[in-house]
Ligand binder design. Sequence first.
Ligand code: NAD
Ligand code: TYD
Length: 353
Amino acid sequence: MRVIVTGGAGFIGSALVRHLVLDRGYDVLTIDALTYAGNLASLKPVEGRGNHHFLRADIRDGAMMAQAMATFRPDRIMHLAAESHVDRSITGADDFVQTNVLGTFALLEAARAYWDGLDVRARAGFRFLHVSTDEVYGSLGLSRTHLFREDTPYDPSSPYSATKAASDHLAKAWQRTYGLPVVVSNCSNNYGPCHFPEKLIPLTILNALEGRELPVYGRGDNIRDWLYVEDHVRALDLIAAKGRVGETYNVGGRNERRNIDVVRAICHVLDRLCPGPTARESLIRFVPDRPGHDARYAIDASKLENELGWQAYETFETGIEKTVQWYLENPGWWQPLRQNYDGQRLGLLDQCA
Ligand code: NAD
Ligand code: TYD
């Protein structure tokens, strides 16, 4: 099996590449532009493996994408490259439109030309998995009565989710119009190793470890449905292999938590694994809310579970323990990022306030 993974130096992409190369033994070409979110340190475990190749390239470069496909001759393309942080999309949406919309368009066009040139058997087996987010569905009420299903109407709130929604529509249209064998996945919030420390969970772990304030937007009662990243990448492998062409599969672990409870849980795990001078909860600070902040996300994953037999292995409790442990054991991964990132974070908060 020969697989191109775009965005393979990012958080989820690198977990996927590690899984495909090390556990599945596939031949993988990682394509990544190495933006601020891309990190070759996340690919260290596959370094030197004969079945892993890396190309630094921008997915908007259609000619380069076409050349990579012609040379590598993939059976599958798993498309994860994106701008992914909601706060950044609020303070500057341009990169989001560029990569998430125009980049996906360029990649789809290159994939269509490549697929058109395959023989009948290879054409039938080829898959383009477009990896997306549950944020395209907008916000659920806090009452915990409804879940996002595959037929929930799109209603994105942020520039990030709007550009992801646009890219989902492009991917679906390339299937319906041109027959490109596209499958789409929409997943809830991920967490785990190699997560860039601007997102809630890694930011909280590292700030708490360093005795710094833990910013919680609004009153901390927004709800997210958390999935351990390794459960997500197993789902992606399964959807690419067995998902029906033209279909969407929602991915989620049935782990809804209020943000404040997530932050408290991290404090408790850290206090136990690495006791500090005071209880970490004392570092929590409620800060001005994110504009357009979605109240709740929650996934109904029963299509994926029933049709493809997927299940999440990790509960939130086991996953968060593993995650905190990973950050404690891998300062070499995050320390350089923390040094570079600090100033940018302050800028973001000012503009969101
Ligand atoms: P990430 O920000 O950690 O990584 C994105 C990667 O894409 C980086 O390595 C970056 O260098 C690369 N990239 C960005 N622009 C590029 C371009 N123009 N050309 C080539 N590479 C480029 O993101 P992530 O959290 O790993 O998310 C991966 C995918 O999964 C995204 O499509 C995202 O929308 C989706 N997703 C994320 C979550 C989550 O909780 N993180 C949940 C559901 C879906
Ligand atoms: P985030 O990790 O940015 O993911 P997303 O916006 O894609 O859900 O944020 C998760 C939740 O945590 C979201 O409701 C915003 C909130 N949040 C904070 O309360 N404080 C923070 O410093 C950050 C980054 C997020």
